[in-house]
Design a binder for this molecule. Sequence first.
Ligand SMILES: *[C@@H]1O[C@H](CO)[C@@H](O)[C@H](O)[C@H]1NC(C)=O
Ligand SMILES: *[C@@H]1O[C@H](CO)[C@@H](O)[C@H](O)[C@H]1NC(C)=O
Ligand SMILES: *[C@@H]1O[C@H](CO)[C@@H](O)[C@H](O)[C@H]1NC(C)=O
Ligand SMILES: *[C@@H]1O[C@H](CO)[C@@H](O)[C@H](O)[C@H]1NC(C)=O
Ligand SMILES: *[C@@H]1O[C@H](CO)[C@@H](O)[C@H](O)[C@H]1NC(C)=O
Ligand SMILES: *[C@@H]1O[C@H](CO)[C@@H](O)[C@H](O)[C@H]1NC(C)=O
Ligand SMILES: *[C@@H]1O[C@H](CO)[C@@H](O)[C@H](O)[C@H]1NC(C)=O
Ligand SMILES: *[C@@H]1O[C@H](CO)[C@@H](O)[C@H](O)[C@H]1NC(C)=O
Ligand SMILES: *[C@@H]1O[C@H](CO)[C@@H](O)[C@H](O)[C@H]1NC(C)=O
Ligand SMILES: *[C@@H]1O[C@H](CO)[C@@H](O)[C@H](O)[C@H]1NC(C)=O
Ligand SMILES: *[C@@H]1O[C@H](CO)[C@@H](O)[C@H](O)[C@H]1NC(C)=O
Ligand SMILES: *[C@@H]1O[C@H](CO)[C@@H](O)[C@H](O)[C@H]1NC(C)=O
Ligand SMILES: [Cu+2]
Length: 567
Amino acid sequence: MAGFNKMGVILLAASLGFMFLQLCSATRYYDFVLKETNFTRLCSTKSILTVNGSFPGPTIKVHKGETIYVNVHNQGLYGVTIHWHGVKQPRNPWSDGPENITQCPIQPGSSFTYEVVFSNEEGTLWWHAHSDWTRATVHGAIVILPAAGTKYPFAAPHAQHPIILGSWFKSDVMEVINSALATGADPNISDAFTINGQPGDLYSCSKASTYRLKVDYGKTYMLRIINAIMNEEQFFAIANHTLTVVTQDAAYIKPITTSYIMITPGQTMDVLVTANQPRSHYYMASSAYADGIVPFNNSTTTAILQYRGNYSTPSTIPLPSLPIYNDTTAADSFTALLKSLASKAHPISVPTKITTRIYMTIAINERICPNASCAGPDNNAIAASLNNISFETPSIDILQAYYGGINGVFEGNFPSNPPHFYNFTGDYDNSTIYPTFGAKVKFIKYGEGVEIVFQGTNLIAPENHPMHLHGFSFYVIGTGYGNFNATESPKTYNLVDPPEVNTVGVPKNGWTTIRFLADNPGVWFMHCHLERHSSWGMDTVIIVRNGNTTKSKLRPPPAHMPPCSKS
Ligand SMILES: *[C@@H]1O[C@H](CO)[C@@H](O)[C@H](O)[C@H]1NC(C)=O
Ligand SMILES: *[C@@H]1O[C@H](CO)[C@@H](O)[C@H](O)[C@H]1NC(C)=O
Ligand SMILES: *[C@@H]1O[C@H](CO)[C@@H](O)[C@H](O)[C@H]1NC(C)=O
Ligand SMILES: *[C@@H]1O[C@H](CO)[C@@H](O)[C@H](O)[C@H]1NC(C)=O
Ligand SMILES: *[C@@H]1O[C@H](CO)[C@@H](O)[C@H](O)[C@H]1NC(C)=O
Ligand SMILES: *[C@@H]1O[C@H](CO)[C@@H](O)[C@H](O)[C@H]1NC(C)=O
Ligand SMILES: *[C@@H]1O[C@H](CO)[C@@H](O)[C@H](O)[C@H]1NC(C)=O
Ligand SMILES: *[C@@H]1O[C@H](CO)[C@@H](O)[C@H](O)[C@H]1NC(C)=O
Ligand SMILES: *[C@@H]1O[C@H](CO)[C@@H](O)[C@H](O)[C@H]1NC(C)=O
Ligand SMILES: *[C@@H]1O[C@H](CO)[C@@H](O)[C@H](O)[C@H]1NC(C)=O
Ligand SMILES: *[C@@H]1O[C@H](CO)[C@@H](O)[C@H](O)[C@H]1NC(C)=O
Ligand SMILES: *[C@@H]1O[C@H](CO)[C@@H](O)[C@H](O)[C@H]1NC(C)=O
Ligand SMILES: [Cu+2]
């Protein structure tokens, strides 16, 4: 230490501090390179669109309230956009992402920088492509740590790992959706589910690459679970281990101790797991919760929770017992446990003054096919709708059209009620089989207290629909089976500690009520997160108008939004 004088130590400390600052600011900029990459799964190799050649893509890590910039370079074969799922992006829909809703696609050979503005989110969210079905392979985790100087509302875990549930299709996903839309039939189902990109031991040719999570006995781990699956809700469990769920959709909940979870596409949950079992290997596993009549892949994806230490490799690995695919009781009894933490440090604020009420039916429909030549029901094409309007995506983004006053891109007449009332969950009402089509949006004034009742219907193929809203989180204040009853149903509302989420599963032939304050001016997509339903038109757009102060007005657009192609 002879050479070290006091000044040297100070200089060293100063330069370390400088390096630290540089590292911190460096993490605020990300480059995403979209490109085709070959992957081998289920005994065959195919090219998929990826970010930086990885599936799932890179993890983004921020602290609560930060802003990051992500420069997306498209070296792929077609136009793509990226969405920051669950990030509210106050006043900044320009960087929200859904194709032709808030921007036109980033064309091959060009790039676009997203400014991703975090506010009160804390926990786990995710990013994914929002163009056709590209999100199947273009997605990754967003980890949002507590702000500097604040803590988790529970003992900090020893380590944390994203656990991303995905779908794997042997064929090209764009062909899967394009051929389904061309024939009017259901799209082909996926060939496997994956955990962190790997199908796991129960699928052929997959054993060598199964994802392994190595743990030390006695330590507690946080699994940041993301359902990035295209079309199926999931049950997830770990053999012999108890799960403690502490967040949902980047908001703290009252901890739930459970042997399994049910998670819909679009949702995220942080789960604490203590490695307190004999040192060995244990499967974590996930399979579909599918309560409809549509086909799905009834297989199980696995990963291995593997204790470190000296022990002989077990000859068999225990599998958790997951509820069977149609166990609605198991799904509902888990979902019923989700309640906001609603503590002093993490308060909630459920709107009580409701000034905008929307009653919205959710349905699978038919689109009349010339000469009855389609492969869907009644030789028609399958469609889907909200309030009997099947959303048709325009070819100029709605945000640009709204901001710039371009006529003819969208209509502002999305209705606040279904076209007529009938027994939605009982009758097969022929007058609503055929929806109307168009890009109809719902305008809402800045500052309104909004309540939406989602009403499932029994048309064609009823099932649970995970409804997702961009630009907001919302409180799920009530849910039930059958038709919403304006007298009876509100008596069951929870205004004390309802969960605050960005995606909610509306039960099959049931209803769900959500509330939020319309405090984020902009153009915000709302849609079912089952990808095939969204492709069929189970979508709409909410435009929250500007308020009367600078802080309640939309920001101006960034300099270079991707241009819309002239066609
Ligand atoms: C992606 O790859 C590019 C270059 O190939 C690199 O500069 C960038 O840091 C990578 N991004 C991430 C998030 O890893
Ligand atoms: C993927 O593999 C195919 C067939 O082996 C090959 O022709 C192609 O160049 C590969 N693509 C990439 C991006 O490596
Ligand atoms: C869909 O599945 C059918 C039957 O297995 C197959 O013939 C067809 O090629 C598949 N289509 C796509 C786009 O994968
Ligand atoms: C896991 O639990 C099962 C059922 O309770 C038990 O039979 C088995 O011994 C446990 N496995 C290990 C490795 O502890
Ligand atoms: C589901 O996945 C398994 C395993 O990959 C596969 O063998 C099967 O063909 C898939 N399809 C169906 C309809 O189950
Ligand atoms: C799905 O698999 C379970 C076993 O895991 C089985 O009991 C059930 O019958 C299967 N259902 C269908 C529709 O294949
Ligand atoms: C769930 O599916 C199984 C087999 O696929 C069947 O035996 C059982 O009756 C079904 N349960 C319900 C509630 O539909
Ligand atoms: C978006 O608009 C472009 C033209 O600007 C069009 O090529 C593309 O198909 C549209 N995307 C969707 C999902 O409609
Ligand atoms: C609606 O239909 C369901 C299923 O057939 C039935 O149980 C229910 O009683 C009906 N409700 C009304 C109000 O008729
Ligand atoms: C209603 O639609 C169903 C399915 O297309 C058809 O079978 C039935 O005959 C129709 N009923 C009436 C009254 O049109
Ligand atoms: C501005 O808007 C708020 C509601 O967001 C309203 O309470 C207030 O009266 C408005 N002020 C003016 C000057 O219009
Ligand atoms: C709502 O429930 C009340 C009973 O409290 C019943 O009288 C009324 O008919 C129901 N309304 C509808 C639309 O089913
Ligand atoms: Cu749906």
